[in-house]
Design a protein around this ligand. Structure first.
Ligand code: AMP
Ligand code: GLY
Length: 423
């Protein structure tokens, strides 16, 4: 099979790496890819959001499967455009991708499916929103309704902080039109887990869970990022909890999407809070998490390619997935300054030595190979040093041994990935 992966991050490198191992694969392209992806796929110079050009390429090259990494092309209708062109695409339609594009939509689906989630209200009027916050008290969560590059959420510890967030989102419109309406939610307490399920519109197949580290600094301090590290499986997320999440959240929401005429095909990423009264849905994403995907892919024993094809073809019921009895852990190395302003072009050395540590895979995110062969950083999150081990401790030791082999003065990482599980 000929496959085109869309995206350029560590998630897409992990997907390409897993697909490249498939005996069914005959050709792998990635658009636009990065220097690491170029080692397992042919990178083509098309942006992930160039929907028409991507479809044109896929048709011209007789691609059998398009695998979409990030959410932006999905919300722009890449899966719909593929369907119209007769191309198989792993990823939801624009209508189903609303599960990530609109927080109100997600809450409505969850409520209709009776899936446990935080109590919520939506406001388009700032004065009414302020009055609600004062009546509810703190802690309370304020969210811009639309896509805000992962930055539109404020978990406010005080009413004053919530009011300041409302002023920024609704009045100053710091996230643009995403702030035309806000969702105000009950603050959930507990451990957060990222849970993934392959979906074919009808059937959902659990892929398991990972725990991310959103803050930039050790001990969960500093500003939010796209994710600084992950590990899988999270010890707190038992099989019983997974069964409960499948039965109470994933399957009912999938059924509700089908009932609405917008069946969900692709990977459904449920952000969960494990509260004292059971797992509750924080949000859905319509794609793999980054870096959670890296942590999952190195544990997957089965061939990824036929599973993705089955999700597209409505045949997931016929699929069972096998997993290695291993723990995995990803340490993200980011450019100094991230998630604020950071320099591009700093040179990275030592990746060959890092990759020699047993059990380690080095996934690239923001990297580029210069003509002279040097590897340079071109993004905020740059590398995902991923390791497996018989125990989580062993996976962590291997990952940091590999991190220490990387010679990159322009970058940094957190030193405490998996601290919630390991202390
Ligand atoms: P989101 O952009 O929806 O992923 O939210 C960003 C982060 O805010 C989540 O990963 C949670 O850590 C936190 N968060 C969102 N909603 C809630 C909530 N209702 N209660 C507590 N924390 C929340
Ligand atoms: N790591 C969280 C995300 O991909 O949204």
């Amino acid at each position: 099979m000929k496959v085109l992966v869309v995206g350029s991050g560590g998630r897409e490198h992990a997907l390409c790496w897993a697909l490249a191992a498939s005996p069914l694969l005959t050709k792998l392209w990635c658009a636009p890819g990065n220097a690491g992806i170029a080692e397992v796929a042919e990178c083509i110079p098309l942006g992930a959001e160039e929907v028409a050009a991507l479809v044109g390429f896929a048709r011209g090259s007789r691609v059998d499967l398009v695998v979409v990494g990030p959410e932006a092309p999905l919300t722009l209708g890449l899966a719909d455009a593929c369907a119209a062109a007769g191309l198989r695409c792993f990823g939801p339609s624009a209508a189903a991708a609303m599960l990530e594009g609109s927080k109100t939509f997600t809450k409505q689906v969850a409520d209709a499916a009776r899936a446990p989630t935080a109590a919520w209200e939506r406001f388009t009027d700032a004065a009414a929103a302020r009055a609600y916050v004062r009546a509810q008290g703190a802690p309370i969560v304020v969210k811009a309704d639309g896509l805000a590059a992962g930055k539109g959420v404020v978990v406010a510890e005080s009413v004053a902080e919530a009011e300041a967030a409302l002023a920024e989102i609704m009045e100053s419109r710091v996230h643009g039109e995403a702030g035309a309406s806000v969702v105000i939610e009950e603050c959930l307490l507990g451990q957060e887990v990222s849970f993934f399920a392959l979906c074919d519109g009808d059937t959902a197949l659990p892929l398991g869970a990972a725990q991310d580290h959103k803050r930039v600094g050790d001990g969960d301090t500093g500003p939010n990022t796209g994710g600084m590290g992950a590990y899988s499986p999270p010890p707190v997320f038992t099989q019983a909890l997974q069964d409960q999440v499948m039965a109470e959240i994933i399957q009912p929401c999938l059924a509700e999407m089908a009932r609405r005429g917008t069946p969900f095909r692709g990977v459904l990423f449920a952000g969960l809070m494990l509260t004292a009264t059971g797992p509750k849905l924080i949000e859905f994403n319509v794609r793999f998490g980054d870096p959670e995907c890296q942590a999952l892919m190195v544990r997957l024993k089965s061939d990824l390619l036929p599973a993705l094809v089955a999700a597209c073809d409505g045949k997931l019921r016929e699929v069972t997935l096998a997993w290695e009895a291993l723990h995995s852990l990803v340490v993200v190395m980011a450019a100094n300054g991230y998630p604020g302003a950071y320099a591009k072009g700093s040179e990275i050395r030592g990746l060959e030595r890092a990759a020699q540590v047993p059990g380690v895979q080095v996934f690239h995110a923001g990297t580029q190979r210069r003509e002279d062969g040097t590897l340079v950083a071109t993004g905020g999150r740059v590398l995902g040093i991923t390791a497996t081990g018989a125990t989580l401790q062993q996976a962590r030791a291997a990952a940091y041994q590999a991190v220490d082999a990387v010679d990159w003065p322009g970058g940094f990482c957190r030193r405490d990935i998996a601290h919630r599980a390991l202390g």
